[in-house]
Design a protein around this ligand. Structure first.
Ligand code: GDP
Ligand code: CA
Length: 337
């Protein structure tokens, strides 16, 4: 089976770890191996102290490779923060970004390779060789684009001439904790970003395309915004199944409701499904999983032309998540055209 997924950081990475665990129990055709291509959001990336930081790529790489800090959900386990403390002692800004000592090595290698002229996709493949998984599926991490495209959030700023200003997504998310209203989302460079090598093929040639419970706006939305990706999703022969990151009218983790509001989408499992839209109507999904507590929204989703089931969607442990992933594959089977 060849599975392709569109992923952000934590929600995507945890779901995909469950998927890999499930696929370990599904025998591949004789002489073959299951494949998973993960197309990862890079619009959260930023330059920090001269280093290129790619939070979502690193979260997926560390989670699938066993290096993640489980409790935090991001960054390396057994992390220390001496470099961050030393930088703060020098009074160097920004001080709000969680830059761990172990994590720093990843950013240094990445930055060196980019400086030597390698594209991000090649750098990502090189970094990933250090993080082999213990799963039987063959995995590739693909940045959505080798080009720089960075999400900025428009916020109120009475001191500025226009009354508004745009801040980098990381500043909005990490420093401001998404506590001030997001008036708009702008992906700087988004219009010119091209899909990284292998991305369109991975969508076109997949047996199943999955949209994990990642942020619909600043993770999946930015991937779909790269030229050609939305069209590839629309036209692939693979069934496309998504998993709701919204449970009981709230994001399970994080502040996705703040950025959904910025694009005028309610923070409900049904509204997010309608935002993605049925592929039969020009949207991007065929099937949608909502949490059991959102069973009442199944009818609403189905009336939008999207097959929908309610099952437990809390990724409390790997076994529960593997069960969710299995259900996503079953739904994909059932909606196959
Ligand atoms: P980020 O880039 O690190 O923010 O991660 P993603 O965009 O991949 O995923 C963030 C989303 O994951 C949030 O909107 C959460 O609601 C969602 N999420 C986190 N844990 C769970 C869970 O256990 N179940 C579900 N359904 N969604 C989850
Ligand atoms: Ca992210």
């Amino acid at each position: 089976m060849r599975v392709t997924a569109l992923s952000g950081g934590i929600g995507g990475a945890r779901f995909l770890r469950g998927l890999l665990t499930h696929l370990d129990t599904v025998p591949p055709a004789p002489g073959s191996q299951h494949r998973l291509d993960v197309i990862v959001n890079t619009a959260d990336d930023m330059w920090l102290f001269g280093l290129r930081v790619c939070p979502d790529l690193d979260t997926v790489m560390y989670t699938l490779g066993g290096g993640i800090d489980e409790a935090r959900g991001w960054g390396r386990r057994d992390e220390s923060w001496h470099a961050k403390e030393e930088l703060a002692a020098y009074g160097v800004e920004p001080t709000w970004f969680g830059l761990g000592d172990r994590d720093l090595a990843t950013h240094i290698v990445r930055t060196q390779m980019l400086g030597a002229g390698y594209p991000l996709s090649a750098v990502t493949a090189a970094l990933a060789t250090r993080w082999p998984t213990r799963h039987s599926t063959q995995i590739r991490l693909l940045p959505m684009s080798d080009d720089r495209a960075e999400t900025h959030v428009v916020i109120d700023d009475p001191a500025s001439h226009s009354g508004r200003r745009a801040v980098h997504f990381q500043e909005y998310w990490v420093r401001l904790h998404a506590k001030v209203p997001a008036r708009g989302i702008v992906v700087v460079g988004g219009d010119d970003a091209k899909p990284a090598p292998g991305v369109l093929e991975a969508i076109r040639d997949a047996d199943v395309l999955l949209v994990p419970p990642s942020n619909p706006v600043v993770s999946v939305g930015t991937i779909l915004g790269v030229a050609g990706i939305r069209d590839a999703v629309l036209s692939t022969r693979a069934p496309v199944v998504g998993v709701s990151p919204i449970v009981a009218n709230r994001p399970v983790r994080g502040m996705a409701d703040a950025v959904l509001a910025a694009i005028g989408v309610e923070a409900t499992a049904g509204a997010v499904a309608r935002h993605y839209g049925a592929r039969t109507g020009g949207g991007v999904i065929d099937g949608w999983l909502v949490d059991s507590s959102d069973e009442a929204s199944v009818v609403e989703v189905q009336s939008a032309g999207i097959a929908c089931r309610a099952i437990p969607l809390m990724m409390t442990d790997v076994a529960a998540t593997a069960g969710m992933a299995a259900q996503a594959l079953t739904l994909a089977q059932d909606v196959r055209r």
